[in-house]
Design a protein around this ligand. Structure first.
Ligand code: GZL
Ligand code: ZN
Length: 347
């Protein structure tokens, strides 16, 4: 008889251990009330992938903000750059009856149906980083991210100042755009900014090819561009990982990167300012200018949720502040849409 009791106690202990200390950040199904503790705020976060240093920093910032210590339970799902995975994750969050859904959308279109399901379930959706293109904007509560068009206009204004100060004729700028993931608002905004600058200043836009925000893909497309075109003297990389890939390909082709385009160097312009190697390249002058894209949005999203918790009303759209980095000290500021932006020089 005693033996039987001991077995029951051991298996009970085993169950408590199995379920009681499960770490839900891996996205395993959430649980009923008693396991979450009734005062924890449960967040379902659909992150788009892990394609870049920017993305890893963004994920880190969200995990830090929504830690257990801060009173949250974060259910994290990595979409591996596929919208279908993100839609599945959102449907799982709805079944788990999370308190909030945070979505970092891989591309802009195709969200209407699943966000309607979240709305029907009464779960607020907060967008972070990239934007979505939907009919009914009531399907998301608010968006926190970057003004990608402004980032692009900062870089193109910088390049225009550079050509002016160095007496370089517009038609002698032969620029290629290594674009990000096609359809991502960061790609759309940055590409749009370059296209309008090319039209406005008369630069020669040699080619636009997607590097998908990754180093490997960008190395490949840059090598192909160098095969096809012998006059490229500026490369506009839509994130730092692409800049690293482009630099590898340019140096493998026996060419030099730098700002001295009059003497055959190829100028690298980039976005993010997160990747350590890219920042080192900036201080060495191998990358000439980087428009910062701030990944640390965790605290901003946390503040939005805190406001919603007390039925406050966060701004529908809020942009994070961002700088422009360079080592070319002759250009100390750029003017974009009539506003001055100081250039930050890395020491
Ligand atoms: C920008 C973000 C972009 C980064 C890339 O907010 O969407 O996606 O610039 C990342 O590094 O891959
Ligand atoms: Zn050509």
């Amino acid at each position: 008889m005693i033996k039987k009791y001991i077995t029951i106690i051991i298996s009970l202990l085993f169950c408590i251990c199995l379920f009681g200390c499960r770490d839900v950040v891996d996205g395993s199904p959430a649980t009923s009330e008693e396991e979450t503790g009734d005062d924890e705020i449960v967040i379902g976060f659909s992150q788009l992938g892990a394609e870049s240093d920017w993305r890893s920093a963004n994920t880190e910032s969200m995990k830090e903000a929504f830690s257990n210590e801060n009173g949250y339970k974060l259910i994290f799902e990595d979409g591996q750059q596929k919208q279908s995975n993100q839609i599945t994750a959102i449907r799982t969050f709805i079944q788990q009856e999370v308190d909030y859904i945070v979505l970092a959308p891989v591309t802009e279109t195709g969200w209407d149906t699943v966000l309607q399901e979240a709305k029907d379930a009464g779960i607020p959706v907060i967008l972070v980083d990239r934007m979505i293109d939907i009919e009914d904007e009531s399907l998301f509560t608010c968006w926190v991210g970057s003004d990608f068009g402004l980032e692009g206009r900062k870089i193109t204004s910088w390049l225009e100042r550079f050509t002016y100060m160095n007496g370089i004729k517009s038609e002698d700028i032969h620029i290629v755009n290594i674009q990000g993931t096609l359809g991502a608002s960061s790609q759309i905004g940055r590409t749009e900014a370059l296209r309008s600058a090319v039209k406005e200043y008369g630069w020669d836009l040699v080619a636009e090819v997607s590097g998908d925000f990754t180093q490997a893909k960008s190395r490949e497309v840059m090598a192909e561009l160098l095969e096809k075109h012998d006059n490229i003297n500026v490369v506009y990389c839509e994130n730092d990982n692409e800049a690293l890939g482009a630099i590898e390909a340019i140096e493998a082709a026996g060419k030099k990167v730098g700002s001295d385009i009059r003497n055959g160097e190829i100028m690298i312009l980039s976005f993010d300012g997160v990747n350590e190697e890219a920042l080192a390249y900036l201080s060495e002058g191998k990358i000439t200018c980087i428009a910062e894209c701030n990944p640390l949005q965790g605290p901003r999203i946390q503040a939005v949720i805190a406001l919603l918790e007390v039925s406050g009303n966060p701004d529908k759209f809020s942009y994070v502040e961002e700088r422009i980095y360079s080592m070319y000290t002759e250009i100390r500021q750029v003017t974009v849409d009539g506003k001055l932006y100081e250039v930050t020089f890395l020491e």
